[in-house]
Design a protein around this ligand. Structure first.
Ligand code: GDD
Length: 338
């Protein structure tokens, strides 16, 4: 009998790569999505799995909808990837963020608590939970100090998982994933914004890019590597939480420098802080400006993982280097522009 997996948030970057992985492992994959005006299955189409996944309309904030879906499908594994995942928006939508990222998880856990079938649950936790708690390496024992309504909602959900695992012996766990990028990354996230807009500058379709805090550092991995870790976590007999990252960190500015290097755009930086600018040396034009508009009320300045536990227990390590990720992302955008 084929194993059955239910992925919430199927239309997102991670949902799509995970569906592809599970299909390759011969799972029957059910993909839950929220019905809204901009139904987008272009990622599934891009990976050519649109017809291989059974799509289900699910409202995760409605208990009845969650209960009906889980009890009808009776999956072996659930991957809860549905979320309000854009940190910047969470400052203006704290309630919506809390409902989607935290309250809705109670719906799933309560259904699993009552279920006769043993169903494993993966919860998408995040490095945003650590906030600015540490300037060094971060692991599973690092203190949480979230710096956004998004981070707070994810900490709350993280504790829910721990609680239901301890109190009711549910087979659930959290993957604390650091940033992970790919050609399927949403357009609003900084890596995709930089890649797309630099490609547009290269093709004379744009004059400049406006960014916020370019000194923040992130631990960027490759999304297809990270969904493998999700799957490995649910295969463990004893469920545990894991930090998943590369162990390296780069600033947004370094990400820009590497992208320019790949695109062969020669640049120099001038000025400081809000007045910092990036100049295209070929024509002396400003191609990057900084604006307060993209600053967050509170930001995380430094994230760097120590994924030792994942290496030891899951036999998982991040395989793809940042320059390769940049190459993949640039090639994808450039090919769509031709
Ligand atoms: N989005 C965006 N746009 N970010 C900018 C910009 C800009 O124009 N300019 C500077 N930044 C900075 C942000 O202030 C932040 O410090 C950093 O770039 C990364 O921002 P995002 O790419 O939006 O990602 P994130 O780190 O906030 O969150 C992502 O990673 C988390 C894992 O750590 C998201 O995918 C989260 O859902 C995920 O949990």
């Amino acid at each position: 009998m084929k194993k059955k997996a239910l992925i919430t948030g199927i239309m997102g970057q991670d949902g799509t790569y995970l569906a592809k992985l599970l299909l390759s492992k011969n799972y029957k994959v059910y993909g839950a999505y929220r019905r809204n005006s901009n139904y987008e299955n272009n990622r599934l189409r891009k990976l050519d799995i649109e017809d291989k996944v059974e799509l289900i309309n699910l409202e995760i904030n409605e208990f009845n909808s969650v209960e009906y879906t889980i009890n009808t499908i009776k999956p072996d594994e659930i991957y809860n990837l549905a979320a309000m995942s854009f940190v910047a928006s969470s400052f203006n939508q704290p309630l919506y963020t809390a409902n989607t990222n935290f309250i809705s998880l109670i719906n799933i856990l309560e259904v699993l608590k009552k279920s006769k079938k043993k169903i494993s649950l993966y919860q998408a936790s995040t490095s945003e939970m650590f906030g600015n708690s540490k300037n060094g390496f971060i692991d599973e024992n690092t203190h949480f100090d979230p710096a956004s309504p998004y981070g707070i909602s994810k900490v709350a959900a993280h504790y829910l998982i721990k609680f239901y695992r301890k109190a009711y012996k549910l087979e659930c766990c959290s993957g604390i994933l650091f940033n992970h990028e790919s050609p399927l990354r949403g357009e609003e996230f900084v890596t995709k914004k930089i890649v797309r807009q630099l490609c547009e500058i290269l093709k004379n379709k744009r004059k400049y890019i406006t960014l916020g805090n370019i000194n923040a550092k992130r631990d960027w991995g490759f999304a297809p590597d990270y969904v493998e870790a999700m799957w490995k976590m649910l295969q463990l007999k004893k469920k545990e939480d894991f930090v998943i990252g590369t162990g390296t960190t780069y600033s947004i500015k370094e990400f820009i420098n590497l992208t320019c290097k790949y695109l062969k755009i020669k640049i120099k930086w001038i000025g400081n802080g809000i007045n910092e600018k990036c100049i295209n040396l070929e024509n002396n034009r400003i191609i990057i400006k900084i604006s307060k508009k993209y600053y967050r009320p509170l930001d995380i300045n430094y994230l760097r993982s120590k994924p030792l536990k994942a290496k030891k227990v899951l036999k998982w390590t991040s395989k793809t280097k940042l320059y390769t990720i940049i190459k993949e992302m640039c090639d994808d955008v450039l090919s769509s522009m031709n």
